[in-house]
Design a protein around this ligand. Structure first.
Ligand SMILES: Cc1cc2nc3c(=O)[nH]c(=O)nc-3n(C[C@H](O)[C@H](O)[C@H](O)COP(=O)(O)OP(=O)(O)OC[C@H]3O[C@@H](n4cnc5c(N)ncnc54)[C@H](O)[C@@H]3O)c2cc1C
Length: 387
């Protein structure tokens, strides 16, 4: 129905093998919060993903990737997303994945050679720095406090960013700063003397390569060639990355939540209570059934948006609906999986608790559910959209 390519079944099988044989066996609770070990493991797995022909599913072939359509990608990213590590290994994890979109779409040829080429080869990492501590930009980007002022030959950027995924050890950051009336994205090298990662912010999730950093920019001078695309277009470029970024997140997290439910189903079959396997208890069955309903709806919504992207159609409206529904659905699925598994589901002896923790912030980043709902409803009334 959604028009997948002929090469998809074999590729999916290869990703499944890679996830089961290479990625999942290397997962461990210790790795979830050890940034150095996570970096090392990612490099090791990246070489294996390349050997297996699985590297860069979303990257164009000219940049060393598989050049998959959005529809094929939705299946492959879900498969890879079952594991915390496989998307990193295949270089289709955020923030590098959406940063590559920005560099591909808006970067100059020189910027693409300098920043995109090593990023696409998996030799460097990057981060995207938009959010700021109070009173700066969060849900409302127009509250941006970081300022870039013109200087001879370039710009001086000052401000503070936080929750910047991947910041620790990133080679460069895409920094959103106010320039006059609008905002501009600047490519800032991490070794710029005015740029400093102040700390890694310990957060609810794990397995984030480069953590979630707090960054200080103090009179950080960059040349005119550091401007990504055009001055004043920063918010528009941020939007360009956000729709595909959200959809890719949905794909990976559908895989992760499915894995949590698979583990819960196995547990329910082998574990008994009061003389019956949990799988025969109606309340457990209801949790399993509701999770399958959630995942089925999540997949269909994601695949539909992917098909629209392949047809070069706008997903402005769908993107918000998919993001709200999928982020909440995968959270419900992971929560039920943990519930079915009892104490084991609360522990680090099984990956379900970390999956649950990973799903929670997805309702906040890439636009909080409440924000998407209010934007959706406003559009509905403004355009008199029929339900
Ligand atoms: C794990 C994680 C990773 C992240 N990675 C990055 C990154 O790489 N780069 C980056 O720039 N940022 C990143 N962020 C930050 C993220 O983009 C922001 O948290 C998000 O935009 C919300 O901003 P805020 O935290 O300031 O919340 P606030 O703006 O303070 O909002 C708080 C809450 O208020 C409610 N709310 C806000 N506005 C509205 C509204 N209009 N209508 C109804 N309710 C509303 C919502 O419930 C919202 O959750 C990350 C965050 C997390 C948790």
């Amino acid at each position: 129905m959604f028009g997948y390519s002929d090469r998809l079944p074999a590729l999916r099988e290869a990703v499944r093998r890679f996830v089961d044989d290479e990625a999942i066996p290397r997962e461990s609770p210790a790795l979830a919060h050890d940034l150095n070990a996570l970096e090392e493991t990612t490099h090791l797995l990246r070489a294996k993903a390349r050997e297996a022909g699985l590297y860069g599913p979303q990257l164009p072939a000219a940049w060393g990737g598989l050049g998959l359509s959005w529809r094929d990608r939705s299946v492959i990213l879900e498969e890879a997303g079952r594991s915390f590590l496989a998307p990193l290994a295949m270089n289709c994890a955020p923030p590098d994945q959406p940063n590559m979109i920005n560099l591909l779409t808006d970067g100059s040829p020189a910027q693409q050679q300098r920043y995109l080429a090593p990023l696409a080869r998996g030799e460097t990492r990057s981060c995207f720095a938009m959010t700021e501590p109070e009173p700066g930009a969060g849900s409302d980007p127009s509250m941006l406090q970081t300022v870039a002022e013109r200087r001879p030959g370039g710009w001086s950027i000052s401000g503070r960013k936080w929750f910047i995924s991947g910041a620790v050890g990133a080679s460069f950051a895409l920094v959103l700063a106010r320039t006059g009336e609008g905002a501009t994205i600047f490519i800032v090298d991490a070794d710029n003397p005015g740029y400093r990662v102040v700390r890694n912010i310990a957060s609810i999730d794990g397995f984030q390569i480069g953590g979630h950093g707090e960054i200080e920019l103090h009179d950080c001078f960059v040349g005119d060639d550091a401007v990504l695309g055009e001055v004043g277009q920063g918010f528009a470029y941020a939007q360009i990355r956000l729709e595909p970024a959200r959809l890719s997140h949905c794909m990976r997290f559908i895989g992760r939540a499915s894995r949590a439910m698979s583990l819960a189903q196995d547990y329910a079959k082998r574990r008994s209570s009061f003389g019956q396997p949990l799988a025969q208890l109606q309340q457990v069955q209801a949790m399993v059934a509701d999770s399958h309903i959630d995942l089925h709806a999540a997949r269909l919504m994601t695949w539909h948006a992917a098909a629209k992207l392949d047809a070069n159609e706008s997903i402005k409206h769908e993107s918000a609906m998919v993001k709200v529904f999928v982020s909440e659905a995968v959270g419900r699925v992971a929560d039920r999986a943990a519930q079915i598994m009892g104490a084991l589901g609360m522990s680090e002896d099984a990956p379900v608790s970390m999956i649950l923790r990973e799903m929670r912030p997805f309702r906040i980043y890439d636009g909080a559910s409440e924000l998407h709902r209010s934007t959706l409803a406003r559009r509905v009334f403004k355009e008199s959209r029929a339900p």
